[in-house]
Design a binder for this molecule. Structure first.
Ligand code: SDX
Length: 427
């Protein structure tokens, strides 16, 4: 095994270097503190791997993403979201019989408990859907107390199926409550995406047939969002899971992390940014100039990525899909034109080129969601719906490893030295 040698003062420590499938290498620093009295300092954990993973792989320099070895482009073209959910969790593409059985098991769990309506209805109508979804997922732990042990594979498996099956219903019912429309129950004669669309957009007074173009586009969007290595929200799921908290609580933590504007919340921010540019008549040149100005908090939302230093392959697929979906739905969205112009100007600007800032998955997804009829503040819950199998697969991978320990990072303390308490009358 290759090694790295670290010299500190008069000491020298040889550390093993582990090599990943694609040649990426990691120094195992398990003995660093005990042998040299050192810990590492790595803001944002940009250079730190918490552990070994096999669910997905991102080649940031090449702009490649694969799930269990299958390139995202091939899954996007040939697969279904439930097939990808199976692949991410069980590691292999299912046979026809395995997929049919999995789809049937998901259909069996699409209903949620009637009294969950009280949970939705406890929120103000103005509540953000991500806040409602996180609470609803947390609540599932209370409804299924028999399947909470994270080390019991059978309990985790049934809880995983419940999460995949019930998240569309919870999202749709939270939406129906917020718009004061009647809840629509799941229709298990429909495929996953069509069932969700019907729960979202049908009303009792009208017949509703899900548009196959919209269902196909949603299936694609869910596949593209399904997993992405140790991103912020997945790390939150694994960190909470490492304390042996149950899968519902761990995923709820991931939903809260995803809600942040620097992460999944960016898809909503992108649309609001494009809308603001359109409404104010601001040129894309001005927007790019503002994004480069350190004194201006404005950022090009949907641009940049911690790992991709090339095009995000998902953005490449979505850029093409945006045209196709808007054409098929006969939608002419001026914001798409602004997005394309913004991309063109930014990709030719030294600031973005130098920093290797490219459009990421959030840059085009919102334009497609909007064309499909989703309100802007639902975009991030749609990201969460897609990421659900990835969060679950990463949680299951962590809990399946006997060597898994509770995450408990160190810090470099730079606060006050020891000092004596001062009585209040002497302060
Ligand atoms: C997702 O991790 C994942 O895999 C996430 C995700 C997933 O599938 O789970 O891919 C989903 O979260 C995509 C990212 C969505 N977020 C956004 O689009 C928000 C806008 N982007 C940025 O805020 C930023 O690019 C991040 C948060 C995505 C990455 O932040 P980093 O890695 O900490 O990079 P940084 O902020 O240190 O930026 C490096 C430089 C800085 O300039 P300098 O200090 O070197 O001069 O690039 C600049 C930044 O100011 N920069 C930007 C910019 N993004 C980075 N400048 C203008 N506009 C931007 N969008």
């Amino acid at each position: 095994m290759p090694e790295a040698v670290l010299r500190y003062g008069d000491k020298e420590l040889t550390l093993p270097v582990k090599i990943g499938t694609h040649g990426d290498a990691a120094i195992d620093i398990a003995k660093l503190r005990s042998e040299l009295g050192l810990v590492t300092l790595d803001g944002g954990l940009a250079n730190t791997a918490e552990g070994e993973g096999a669910v997905s792989f991102i080649d940031g320099e090449a702009g490649k993403l694969s799930y269990r070895g299958y390139p995202i482009e091939q899954l996007a073209e040939h697969s279904s979201f439930l097939e990808v959910a199976y692949l991410l969790q069980y590691g292999e593409l299912p046979t026809k019989a395995e997929l049919e059985a999995y789809e049937e098991s998901i259909r069996r769990h699409t209903l949620i408990r009637e009294d969950m309506k009280h949970l939705f209805e406890a929120f103000p109508h103005s509540a953000h859907p991500m806040q409602i979804l996180a609470s609803a997922v947390s609540a599932l732990a209370s409804y299924y107390p028999d399947a909470l042990d994270p080390l019991d594979e059978e309990a985790v498996d049934i809880s995983s199926r419940r999460l995949i099956a019930k998240t569309p219903t919870m999202i749709a019912w939270a939406y129906k409550y917020r718009v004061s429309q009647p809840y629509t129950y799941p229709d298990n004669t429909l495929d996953y995406a069509s069932n969700f669309l019907k729960m979202m957009f049908s009303v009792p007074a009208e017949e509703y047939l899900p548009d196959p173009v919209v269902a196909k586009a949603l299936n694609l969007l869910l596949i593209l969002h399904a997993d992405h290595g140790q991103n912020c929200s997945t790390s939150a799921v694994r960190l909470v899971g490492s304390s042996r908290s149950n899968i519902f609580s761990s995923v709820a933590a991931g939903i809260h992390a995803l809600a942040g504007p620097l992460h999944g919340g960016a898809n909503q921010e992108v649309l609001e940014m494009l809308q603001e540019l359109y409404d104010s008549g601001t040129s894309v040149e001005t927007a790019v100039k503002r994004a480069k100005d350190k004194n201006d908090p404005f950022r090009l939302m949907g641009f940049g990525h911690r790992v991709y230093k090339n095009f995000d392959p998902r953005a490449r697929i979505l850029k093409k899909a945006a045209d196709e979906v808007l054409d098929a739905l006969d939608v002419d969205d001026p914001l798409l034109d602004i997005a394309r112009e913004l991309e063109e100007v930014a990709l030719n600007d030294e600031y973005f080129v130098e920093r290797k800032l490219y459009p990421n998955v959030d840059f085009y997804s919102g334009i497609i969601y909007r064309a499909m009829g989703f309100p802007v503040d639902m975009f991030t819950v749609l990201f969460a719906l897609g990421r659900m199998p990835g969060w679950i697969a990463q949680f299951r991978e962590l809990m399946s490893k006997p060597e898994t320990r509770i995450f408990r990072p160190r810090q470099l303390y730079v606060g006050y030295d020891y000092r004596d308490y001062v009585p209040i009358d002497r302060r």
